[in-house]
Design a protein around this ligand. Structure first.
Ligand code: C2E
Ligand code: MG
Ligand code: MG
Ligand code: MG
Length: 290
């Protein structure tokens, strides 16, 4: 898995290249070309409720390199973050997210879309202003925009982070903690931040319900979130057993290959035309919950 590659995350490049610095410069240059050359695309992965009906979606970046083919965001996002390129990517992603939101609304889906925001992007002095501007320019409804941030954002300048989140929350924007439970921050932030949602990281979900520890962790997160009034989305739901376990423990929303893979917006709209989105093949095992 790309995440576990750590420092060697760009080693997918030809070994002929001399140094890591040189490889990084190559990725940066190519990312820059990707932005201007239309090699980037946003996909959406629907999030579903316990009936399998889409109740939201996450915008995920896709990069198709002209020679190398698809490159995973798990590989290029960290490089972009380190080089500062994430700022240009982030602006583009925010705009694409707002445009997709409008298109979904026009097609009759009044549901929120989630956009990933990297720490560096969030910490830009004019981040709040930029978000306001994109909302204004696109006309997208802020109350349908969810920003996913990671616990890494909370390690420094907590007061400033809270202030920004509050300002954006006043516009109607909601906040979600992505990959919840994988960061190093304390749980104290949960009561300090204006949060709407927690996303249980897929590393906890993947071994439920067989692994006793992961099962306990997921149950505890669900219980804690319920007491704090936070919505929970479970990420990386791949099996029926995982979904049944999550539903039985009160998880409101799920995202994963069991339901839908990330897809272009056009595909979502085409599926809707065929009625393949609203009439889901998924029925919970425990019908008393339905
Ligand atoms: P994330 O935000 O936690 O996104 C969820 C990842 O899980 C996505 O990987 C998605 O394709 C994948 N996934 C969804 N369902 C399943 C499943 O059932 N099984 C498994 N194994 N995986 C599943 P993806 O698209 O490769 O993105 C990886 C990460 O890259 C994202 O993790 C996010 O941190 C980052 N990323 C992607 N797009 C953006 C973006 O536009 N902006 C920023 N800042 N980061 C992004
Ligand atoms: Mg995310
Ligand atoms: Mg995640
Ligand atoms: Mg992630």
């Amino acid at each position: 898995r790309a995440k576990s590659c750590g420092r060697n995350q760009i080693s997918f490049y030809e070994t002929g290249m001399q140094s890591e610095v040189e490889q990084r410069l190559t990725v940066e240059r190519e990312l820059s070309e990707a932005i201007s050359g239309g090699q980037l695309q946003m996909h959406i992965q629907p999030q579903v409720d316990r009936h399998g009906t889409p109740v939201g979606g996450e915008m995920l970046m896709r990069w198709t390199h002209p020679e190398r083919g698809p490159i995973s965001p798990a590989i290029f996002i960290p490089v972009a973050e380190e080089s500062g390129m994430i700022l240009r990517l982030g602006d583009w992603v925010m705009e694409q997210g707002c445009l997709a939101l409008l298109q979904l609304q026009q097609a009759g889906w009044d549901i929120p879309l989630s956009v990933n925001v990297s720490p560096k992007q969030f910490r830009q002095v004019d981040f709040v202003e930029k978000v306001k501007q994109v909302l204004k320019n696109t006309g997208a409804p802020p109350a349908r925009l969810i920003l996913e941030v990671t616990e890494g954002l909370l390690i420094e300048n907590l007061q400033d982070t809270i202030a920004r989140m509050v300002e954006l929350t006043k516009l109607g924007i909601r906040f979600s903690i992505d990959d919840f439970g994988t960061g190093y921050s304390s749980l104290a932030y949960l009561k300090k931040l204006p949060l709407y949602e927690l996303k249980i990281d897929k590393s906890f979900v993947q071994d439920t319900p067989d692994d006793a520890n992961d099962t306990a962790i997921v149950q505890s997160i669900l219980s804690m979130a319920s007491h704090l009034g936070l919505r929970v989305v479970a990420e990386g739901v791949e099996t029926r057993e995982q979904a049944d376990f999550l539903i039985a423990n009160g998880c409101a929303s799920m995202q994963g290959f069991l339901f839908f893979r990330p897809m272009p917006l056009d595909k979502w709209l085409a599926l809707q035309k065929q009625n393949s989105l609203s009439v889901s093949a998924f029925t919970p095992a425990d019908t008393s919950l339905a």
